[in-house]
Design a protein around this ligand. Structure first.
Ligand code: TIU
Length: 220
């Protein structure tokens, strides 16, 4: 067993039953011209996640532990995008509209793809998800059951949206979720802080919060 220093308490995990989950590290959220920017956000705020998450990804690769990437997006015909999502708010471009990186949040377009710095390699799982949570309308649970995974290191963007929704979904399904704070990011620093505080409050109501240094020290 491996002890990861974390809040609200240190946690012991069996690394062989632990997967790294990278939520939506896509151009559409991290680069100008994508979905995140059309919503009115400063996408540069997410860039600081890439280096620490890259170090954790390298460590998981060298230990040959399971790695799961997710991508939020929709089919080109938008048949999996509910009107309530398509019509939401007043973005500069809507889901499916043409943008500088292709159609916004559409599978197969450049903007929908994962950023090159964290690009999946052979053997890593890529889950396409239409919603915010990685379990909703995806094969994630069967992937985890097949590989006998019990613990998830949940990272990516954005902390209070897709990371948080996934942690909540996973927690209810019995997975221990550990979130390294510097490996996830938000367009709203105050929501990032609040999202992490909510995870570890009440004795770890949704999971545990650590950081890349403590995680790497534990698994190396
Ligand atoms: N807008 C925002 O903060 N996030 C999303 O729309 N999706 C994800 O978090 N991936």
């Amino acid at each position: 067993m491996t002890t990861v220093k974390a809040e609200p308490a240190d946690i012991e995990i069996d690394l062989k039953r632990t997967a790294l989950v990278l939520i939506d590290m896509q151009r559409d959220f991290l680069l100008p011209g994508g979905f995140g920017e059309t919503l009115g956000n400063d996408v540069s705020l997410l860039g600081k996640v890439v280096a620490p998450l890259g170090r954790v990804l390298s460590a998981f690769r060298s230990l040959q532990l399971p790695i799961i990437h997710t991508r939020e997006g929709h089919k080109p015909d938008l048949s999996d995008a509910p009107p309530a999502k398509l019509e939401r708010g007043t973005p500069s471009k809507r889901i499916g509209d043409p943008g500088p990186m292709g159609r916004i949040l559409i599978r197969g377009e450049a903007g929908h793809d994962l950023i090159p710095e964290l690009y999946p390699i052979a053997g890593e799982v890529v889950i396409d998800k239409p919603g915010k949570g990685a379990f909703y309308a995806t094969e994630l649970q069967s992937v985890l059951v097949d590989r006998e995974i019990e613990n998830l290191i949940v990272t990516g963007v954005t902390t209070e949206v897709c990371v948080h929704t996934t942690v909540r979904e996973a927690n209810d399904r019995g997975y221990r979720c550990i979130v390294p704070a510097d490996c996830c990011g938000s367009y709203f620093p105050e929501f990032h802080a609040a999202g992490l505080a909510m995870i570890k409050a009440q004795g770890g109501i949704f999971g545990w919060v650590t950081d890349s240094s403590r995680l790497l020290a534990a698994i190396s």
